[in-house]
Every structure is written in C-alpha cells, then in structure tokens.
Design a protein around this ligand. Structure first.
Ligand code: HEM
Length: 359
C-alpha cells in the first residue's frame, strides 16, 4: 500500500528526469554544431558560475588575458593553453617576463658601447634565461608535433591549420626562402618565429579589449547601441566602435622600429581628426566612413602599413570582434556605485605596447 502512495510521485519524478535529460542532451548536441571560440572549461548545469568568485569584475578581467594565450596556443600548436606542457614550463610567467623585457628601456639599444651596464643591471642574464626557457619549450612542442605517434586526440585544431605544421611543410617542400634569409638557419629560427607570434599576438589583443571596455563603460549610449546589434556577421556598429578603439588607443602606437621615408600623420593627429581625443565611433559613419585600418590610410594604422605591417590583421581583428561581441552580448557593464567616468585613470604607459598604467 505504501508503495502505491509513492507511485504518482515516482511517475512524476521519472517524467521530469526524462524531460530534463533530453533537454540537456539536446542543448549539448546543438552546441557541438558550432565551432565556438575557446572558453574556460565549465561544469554541467552551473557552467562557469563557480569561477566568478567574490569579485566577479576581477575574475572577468583575467579571462581575456588568459584566453588570448589560449587561442594562440591552439593556432600555433593545436593544443590548448592548459595542456600540461605549458604549465610545466611556467609559460604564462615566461610571457609576462618577455613582455616586460621587450617594453623596458635597454641602454645598449641606444649606446652599444655601454654593454657593460646592460650586464651589470642583470638585464643580459634575464634575457638569456628567458630565451633559453622559450627555446626549450618550443623545441619540445615542435618535436612532439613532428612525432607521428603522438596522442592525436589531444589536438584541437586541424593539423594543416597550425603554424608549426605550416613551418614543417615549408621546410619539406623547400619553399625558396633564400631571398629572405639563409634556408639553413630556418630551423634555429623556428623558436624565435613562434615567440614573435606569441609576443605580438597576446598583448595587443588584450590591450585593445581593455581600452575598448573602458571606453564603452564610460560611454553608455555607445554600449547600448553596440548591444542592440545581434547578428554576428552584421555587427556594423561594433566594427565602427573597434575602429574608434584602434584610433584612440592603438595597442602598438610607435609600431616596431622602422625608418620612415617621409613625415606622416598617424592615429590621434588633430590635423586628421576632429576632436581627436574624444571617443566617437560615429565619425566612421560620416565623413571618415571610407577610412579603414588596412594600411592604405596613414591616419589610422594600428597594424602598421606596407610590407612589414602586421601579418595577422585579419586574425587579430576577428579575435577582437568575437571577444567584444561575447562580452557585450552576455553582460551589461557599468561602473561601480559612486565611481564616475572622471575617476578612471586613463594614463597610458610607455612601452612597445600601450596599456593603461592603472593596470
Ligand atoms: C589587435 C591585434 C593586433 C594589433 C593591433 C597588431 C599590431 C601590429 C603592429 C603595429 C605591428 C608592427 C607593424 C609595423 O611595424 O609596421 C605588428 C607586427 C606583427 N604582428 Fe601584429 N598586431 C595584432 C595582432 C597580432 C596577432 C594575433 C599576431 C600573431 C598571431 C601578430 C603577429 C605579428 C607579427 C609576427 C608582426 C611582425 C611582422 C614583421 O615584422 O614583419 N599580430 N602587429
């Protein structure tokens, strides 16, 4: 009799469980259809809620930093940033040290005769140590990649699309690199090439997102208009916003050291822009609508121009668009109570890349 009284409850519970499970499975299989950009690993049902912690804004702030590296690790080696190899070598710390060394002032670059100071300050040994560590990690990853018996199931990106694979194939089919450099040196340059990719690709991405989010939070109307767009291939206003972020906060403002053949006005020059210091994406919908950042318009060259401009302009822009779209689609952003736009420190740090000093 007691069992009979439980029957309706059991029936209801089993129906509920079945509906819930089929809904969950459907969600999972639908998600698999899309090739989504990298995200933090999540738990079933609660997703990433447990990772927000007591200070959600600080936790979210760390995400673009980490995932800029993750995306590049996948593209370069086909394996994600959290794979054991990187952690064993302290990859995140190595990248931070590399950026500090790259952006720091080195007296030897300006006065080669003062090399001894460079050794005395410890700069030389820091550089040597960092480069050796990179070489070791990259050599190990390249060797692993070249091994046909490696665990392929851990690879996340199709082989032919990885940088390291392209580098291997270039050597196999002997693409004539001789006019650029000595082919025999190519092997020893593999590691420095990969390092260039990481150095150039992670900080620029993160800095653009950081400045972009600050500008949007300070300009709620712009944020609202950007959020009103929903179709990823049709985010016209967001693209204009990104142009304006690049104009006002080019992540690599002095580009790489090059010699200019004539004087040009770049980015924030008052002769080229009305109200150059104001964040105003609408300028690219009016008289400046034909200006883009692909290297033809010298007043806006966040990726440089000419044959030594950034080779990753398409990849870099796509990553910014995807990340910004996700941040704006999923969250409403505002300043904490009592803080106004004027309280934010927008001072720029000097270095090869231009981040906010407040960071
Ligand atoms: C917001 C994203 C990015 C911006 C604003 C940016 C900007 C730049 C700039 C200004 C230069 C120097 C160009 C010159 O001196 O004329 C450069 C060079 C370079 N960038 Fe980027 N970059 C971005 C993303 C990336 C990414 C994701 C990668 C790699 C995957 C990358 C790889 C490189 C490399 C290898 C160079 C050196 C090219 C050479 O010297 O020939 N960049 N980038």
């Amino acid at each position: 009799m007691a069992f009979l009284s439980w029957q309706p409850f059991l029936l209801f519970a089993s129906i509920f469980l079945e509906v819930f499970l089929s809904f969950f499975m459907k969600l999972k299989s639908e998600k698999r259809k899309f090739n989504l950009p990298p995200n933090p690993p999540k738990l079933p049902i609660i997703g990433n809620l447990h990772q927000l912690g007591n200070m959600p804004h600080l936790s979210l702030y760390k995400v673009p930093k980490l995932y800029a590296n993750d995306a590049l690790c996948r593209v370069a080696f086909g394996r994600n940033f959290f794979a054991g190899e990187y952690n064993q070598h302290g990859f995140q710390k190595m990248l931070e040290e590399y950026r500090a060394l790259l952006g720091g002032f080195s007296i030897r670059d300006f006065f080669p005769s003062m090399e001894f100071i460079y050794s005395l300050t410890g700069m030389k040994s820091r550089l040597q140590d960092t480069f050796q560590r990179f070489d070791k990690l990259f050599d190990q990853l390249l060797a692993k990649h070249g091994n046909p018996k490696r665990e392929k199931d851990k690879d996340l990106v199709r082989e032919s699309l990885r940088f390291c694979h392209v580098m291997h194939s270039m050597k196999r089919i002997e693409i004539p690199l001789s006019h650029i450099r000595d082919k025999n040196k190519f092997k020893s340059e593999d590691s420095s090439f990969l390092l260039d990719v990481f150095a150039a690709g992670t900080n620029t991405n993160f800095i653009t997102l950081d400045w972009g989010m600050i500008e949007l939070i300070m300009n709620p109307k712009v944020m609202e208009t950007t959020q009103a767009e929903s179709d990823l291939p049709q985010l016209h206003y967001m693209k204009v916003v990104i142009k304006e972020i690049f104009r006002l906060h080019p992540p690599a403002p002095v580009l790489l050291p090059r010699e200019s053949m004539e004087e040009v006005n770049i980015n924030g020059d008052p002769e080229s822009w009305e109200n150059p210091d104001v964040f105003e994406p609408e300028r690219f919908m009016g008289s400046c609508s034909t200006i883009d950042f692909k290297g033809q318009h010298f007043e806006l060259i966040p990726f440089g121009a000419g044959k030594r401009s950034c080779p990753a302009i398409t990849f870099g822009t796509a990553r910014i668009e995807l990340a910004l779209a996700q941040l704006l689609h999923s969250f409403d952003w505002e300043l904490p109570p009592g803080v106004t736009a004027k309280d934010l420190d927008m001072t720029e740090a000097f270095g090869i890349t231009m981040h906010r000093i407040a960071n």
